[in-house]
Design a protein around this ligand. Structure first.
Ligand code: SF4
Length: 311
């Protein structure tokens, strides 16, 4: 069994990982590059994922200068930034436009890296070539919104691609040596603890650089939110969520960085679960659960996947 190498946090959080890598605090600029989503405009679907608000899950995203000003106030000691294109599908544009946006972001003072959240079906050969090019000249990762490994669950919320598309994209990004971060949502309708653990196992088996976990948020102005308001169903309690997060982290290899363990829904838009409004309470409860179990990320021997050797 590995020792707890993460000190007080019990897991391999991305913030300390970046601080260690760059020798000072690095924070993410949440950017809105003006993209849309092929699951909304008809290229692969309409209506979008049923939990996703029309603004594309990036309510807090903005421009480089605005975000930098905001972060300077929040973290006065942060001198370095990752330019994170967050809103909608951030590779869904012609390559010259992506290049323009990425160059502009990387030219801003203190920006040491680039991240982009996208769909696995928006990584054509030309986009992959561009990502490969930028990954050689800057620190970069690509985020893929898997949410679940169950195609039945994914079809129910209208993800618009099957998990084999995700697998192929992860394999290609990995073949090109590009870091990846996988998004998973816990508490999707019809999924029990075993299904959530299976999604995490599946994601870990593709050897990502990082994972993001958060609870399902039911938001106003989304199809799932309207369905819930019309006929509410039982949601995960905070205790169930915390227990499942810790169950997952205990099984993840220690080298997988953890980018998120709570959601970030705008308070005015959130219908449920109400407990998710207090992120600190959720994070503190995760810490307490780790302490109570005397455990940490990877304690169960990387049950989901063997440790990687290339990062
Ligand atoms: S979650 Fe992502 S893929 Fe789904 S509709 Fe929203 S932006 Fe598009």
């Amino acid at each position: 069994m590995s020792e707890n190498i993460f000190e007080s946090l019990h897991y391999n959080a991305i913030a300390p990982w970046l601080k260690n890598r760059f020798s000072q605090r690095v924070v993410k600029l949440s950017l809105d590059g003006g993209f849309t989503c092929p699951n909304r405009d008809g290229r692969c679907g309409t209506g979008g994922c049923s939990f996703c608000p029309e603004d594309g899950s990036g309510a807090f995203a903005g421009s480089v200068p605005d975000q930098m000003e905001l972060l300077r106030r929040k973290w006065p000691d942060a001198g370095l930034y990752i330019a994170y294109f967050q809103n909608h599908t951030n590779t869904y544009a012609p390559v010259p436009r992506l290049r323009e946006l990425w160059d502009e972001a990387l030219a801003a003072p203190g920006v040491v890296g680039l991240a982009a959240a996208t769909r696995p079906d928006c990584l054509g050969e030309d986009v992959l070539d561009l990502i490969s090019e930028y990954s050689k000249k800057t620190f970069l990762w690509i985020e893929l919104g898997l949410q679940t490994s169950s195609d039945a669950t994914a079809r129910a919320f209208n993800r618009g691609y099957d998990s084999e598309v995700f697998e192929a994209a992860m394999d290609e990004l990995s073949r090109r040596g590009i870091r990846t971060v996988v998004h998973l949502i816990l508490g999707l309708p019809g999924e029990d603890r075993a299904a959530m653990l299976e999604s995490a196992r599946f994601a870990a088996s593709k050897r990502p650089f990082g994972i993001k976990l958060h609870m399902l948020h039911l938001m106003k102005n989304t199809r799932m939110g309207r369905e819930y308001e019309a006929s509410p169903w039982p949601l995960m309690t905070q205790k169930e969520y915390v227990d499942t997060v810790v169950d997952i982290l205990e099984r993840l290899p220690q080298d997988i960085t953890i980018h998120r363990l709570t959601g970030d829904a705008p308070q005015s838009e959130l219908i449920a679960p109400q407990w998710s409004r207090n992120k600190h309470a959720v994070l503190n409860a995760i810490q307490r659960e780790f302490k109570a179990r005397g455990s940490f990320q990877g304690m169960k021997g990387g049950a989901f996947a063997p440790p990687r050797t290339d990062q």
